[in-house]
Structures are given as structure tokens and as C-alpha cells.
Design a protein. Structure first.
Lengths: 111, 111
DNA sequence: TCCATATTTCCAATAATATGGAAATGAACG
DNA sequence: CGTTCATTTCCATATTATTGGAAATATGGA
């Protein structure tokens, strides 16, 4: 991964609304969510939401898919994995690894 | 983790020089690196480097430690883990997890 | 105490980003 | 082919970040 790509992706995430959008989409998995649903969930003006979606899409962090009259956006897990990998690259100077394993979806625990 | 914290940390990383500094420190492990060494490695003016180090430190991504006449900065792996975890939180809508396991320090392979 | 070296602060010019209302565009379906 | 609903573009304004030279500060050692 190019450093400039990572900078663009981090900049895309470094904004309250865009971070919320991205996290929401990560939680939705591959299915993603229609723009209108995102607007509902986060309460953003049309123009503002569209601007932020475009920024995230241009950075490669989310992808658009037409679905009937709707456009579904979903997180690009490939891009996300590449970015997380880039941050962790060659870490820890040979010491035991200090970066936690992927925290998502552990085998379910009952509360 | 608060969303505002994550935004600040992502903004801190969303800059070419700061990203380079952070990745360099991640690679150095807990030992870290003196400011002068970072300057050597990245070729930054004193004022510029100091500004970026302060930004990263304020965001909580790196920590300073006095070592003789030098100040060593090191990556905060706790902060890094919290940030990566925040991005991945509740991911994937119950589908099989799409986020790659931590890529660092796999059991060594000989080339 | 005083020196030498390491690091930070001060400064002000330049450049980039976030915002939402209203209008325009796009897509599907009868 | 026109209607309807979903989404994007246009616009102007206000806020915020980045830069390096020079001077100031901090530290340890003699």
C-alpha cells in the first residue's frame, strides 16, 4: 500500500460523521445500507451526507451498489484490512507482538 | 472509546509525516526512538518534527520518555489497539468475520 | 556554575475542508 | 414516456492545519 493512500483513507475517517458512517457500515457487513437509511440513522442533511459518502468512496473505504431505486453503500473490508495491516507493518522490533488480534466476531459468549 | 478520541487519533495519523513517524515508532517497539533519530530518518526540520510529535502525543498515540539528554518517543500500543478495536466494533452483522487477524509478528518463516 | 547538545516555542502566511438549501440528475416502474 | 422517489451537484462562507527560521528552554556532565 502507498503511504498516500493510507493518508487519504485516514483523513476520510478523521471526521465525526464519516467515522460514524464507516462504523455503521462495518457493522452492517457486506449487505451495507441505503443512503436514506444512513441519513435516518445519523440525521444528516442530504448534501452533507452525499459529500461524506463521496469522500469515503473516493478514498476506497466504501463501495456503492445499485439496488432497485436505492444505492447501497458497504464497507470495503479489503481496504480496511490493507489499512490496518499498513499501520501494523513490521511492528514491534522482534519483541513479542504488542498488537491485539482482530477483536471482531469472537466465538459468541452468552452474557 | 469516545468517538471524539478516535477522530483526533485518525486526524493525527492522516498526515504524511505523522503517519511516517508513527509507523517508524510502531516498528521500533517499546524502546522507541530519540527525536534526533526520527529527524535523521525522516529529514524534517526541528520545528516541524516537534509540531508533529506534539500532535501525535496529544492524540495519545505516542508517549515521551526522558532518557539522559534525549527524549524517546514510542508508539502507544494500548491506544493503537483501542483505535483498531473501535473501528472493528460489532462488525460484520453476524456474518463470518471479514476483518483480517493482526498481521504483525506471525511465527517466523524463513525465506 | 557554565557549557554543549537536544528539543520546543513563537510567528504569520498559505492552503484545505465542512456545511446545508435549493435545484438538477438518475433510476425504476406502471 | 411521464411520475415519483432517491441521490448528487452547485455555491459561498467560516474554520482549521502546515510550514521552517530563529530564539528560548531543558538536561547532564565537567
Amino acid at each position: 500500500m502507498e503511504s498516500i493512500t493510507a493518508v487519504n483513507q485516514l483523513a476520510a475517517l478523521a471526521q465525526e460523521h464519516r467515522l460514524a458512517i464507516f462504523r455503521l457500515l462495518v457493522q452492517q457487513g457486506q449487505e451495507g445500507l441505503a443512503v436514506g437509511r444512513i441519513a435516518e440513522a445519523l440525521g444528516l442533511a442530504n448534501a452533507t451526507l452525499s459529500f461524506h459518502l463521496k469522500t469515503l468512496a473516493t478514498a476506497g473505504l466504501i463501495e456503492a451498489r445499485q439496488d432497485g431505486r436505492f444505492i447501497h453503500y458497504s464497507a470495503s473490508f479489503d481496504a480496511m484490512n490493507a489499512l490496518l495491516g499498513f499501520l501494523s507493518e513490521n511492528c514491534c522490533a522482534g519483541e513479542p507482538c504488542l498488537i491485539a488480534p482482530a477483536p471482531c466476531c469472537p466465538p459468541e459468549k452468552k452474557p
